[in-house]
Design a protein around this ligand. Structure first.
Ligand code: ATP
Length: 388
């Protein structure tokens, strides 16, 4: 059983709180992504799982064993680092075999001639050779077994690092931004490679990244963190369609979710001059909001552009058009009281709309923006939490 359970886990470095009271329940075979901006505590959390960092309080369980007080070697977890940490003087074959050689570690390994002879014997033993060959095959490294790390590309080195982690058949794989040193094209290829690896070898994966695309494409579930606190723990779909708060809403999605100020009255939402009926799905949020101001959260692809002057819709002026291949991103400055929430990275009063194909609109063009509220969510203006 490789389920992982974190109960009230916290980590302090002096007065600095790196992780505060994290509870997570990861099921056997899951691909959990720890996602968040730099400094949010995701590496610290991963290092506590590995045993490379002590916990200040709380408990970590692997299956039915409590492991937070055990040394890393007793946890049955393999760690793949951002820097591949391969041994430069060893061939790919020995790099992959190394954890198996070390399992039979004897003090006389350190005596130069005897040590070298003993390591070669273990490396060539049928069980070890077989495991190394199988691992190399899985990762398409068979041709490279006798080469040295300096002669390999970044992606190939990354695969060797993965091979070294896999060869021991650990129950849990821990990965800290393993693709961050690769160029964009190779990252995409390796992303798919790691997903396939997870499907093939099974096991529970915990993967740290600050890249929302990696998180959305690879994770079975994502724990999105900010300042040492898990903001939301859910499937990529949940996090995308139903963000717990405005932070999550703005972190996931490119361009991010629009947040437009408004107020609710008698089943209608008023956004500046526009007054729109709330769909049934938002009825509970309507009751929860009372008379308080709300933020309407709506994705750029749930907004459509129409000719100016459409009665009851949001009026505005185009401020920027970006053509990105199959679609265009249009920024619109709203003309009435309804203003987009001025969070970091957002221009006050401006919303983003994605349209299919090449938009002929130009900055300065007046437009109407028509929202599809069936895909919208509502947040409290004061707390930022989703109203449901
Ligand atoms: P990054 O993506 O930049 O690696 P992260 O989300 O992984 O960031 P952590 O490395 O876990 O963040 O750090 C979380 C916080 O704890 C940061 O504010 C960091 O400065 C602090 N921190 C981490 N390790 C130590 C340490 N050994 N001593 C003091 N503070 C630390």
């Amino acid at each position: 059983m490789a389920s992982i359970k974190l109960n009230h886990v916290a980590k302090h470095f002096g007065t600095k709180v790196a992780i505060s009271d994290v509870d997570l329940d990861v099921t056997d075979g899951e691909f959990l992504v720890l996602l968040g901006p730099s400094g949010c505590g995701k590496s610290t959390l991963l290092r506590m799982l590995a045993g490379l960092e002590t916990v200040s309080s709380g408990e970590i369980h692997l299956g039915d064993r409590r492991v937070d007080q055990l040394p890393p070697s007793a946890r049955d977890m393999a760690f793949v680092f951002q820097s591949y940490a391969l041994y430069p003087h060893m061939s790919v074959r020995r790099n992959i075999a190394f954890p198996l050689i070390m399992r039979q570690f004897k003090w006389w390994f350190h005596i130069p001639l005897i040590g070298g002879w003993a390591k070669r014997r273990i490396e060539r033993s049928p069980e070890v050779a077989d495991l190394v060959e199988k691992t190399a095959k899985t990762l398409s490294l068979t041709e490279m077994l006798d080469r040295y790390p300096r002669t390999l590309s970044g992606g190939q080195r990354q695969r060797v690092a993965l091979g070294r982690a896999m060869v021991r058949k650990p129950e849990v794989f821990l990965m800290d931004e393993p693709l961050s040193n690769l160029d964009a094209k190779l990252r995409t290829a390796m992303r798919a490679e790691i997903t396939r690896l997870h499907q093939r070898v099974g096991g529970t994966f915990v993967y740290v990244t600050h890249d929302q695309v990696e998180a959305m494409t690879m994770g079975t579930r994502i724990a999105l963190m900010r300042d040492g606190v898990v903001q939301q723990f859910g499937t990529p779909r949940d996090i995308y369609t139903s963000p717990a708060n405005t932070y999550v809403a703005r972190f996931i999605g490119t361009p991010p979710m629009n947040l437009i100020e408004g107020s609710i009255d008698a089943g209608m939402i008023k956004l500046g001059e526009a007054n729109l009926p709330l769909p049934h799905a938002l009825a509970a949020a309507d009751r929860g909001a009372g008379r308080d101001p709300v933020l309407l959260g709506i994705r750029p692809n749930a907004l459509t552009l129409a000719a100016p002057g459409v009665q009851g819709q949001l009026a505005g002026t185009v401020s920027l058009v970006e053509h990105v291949g199959a679609e265009s991103v249009v920024a619109v400055k709203l003309s009435h009281a309804a203003t987009a929430h001025d969070e970091e990275g957002a221009v006050a009063g401006e919303i983003m709309i994605t349209t299919q194909g090449y938009s002929e609109l130009k900055p300065g063009d007046p437009v109407s923006v028509v929202p599809d509220l069936s895909e919208a969510v509502l947040f409290s203006r004061s707390t930022g939490e989703q109203l449901r």
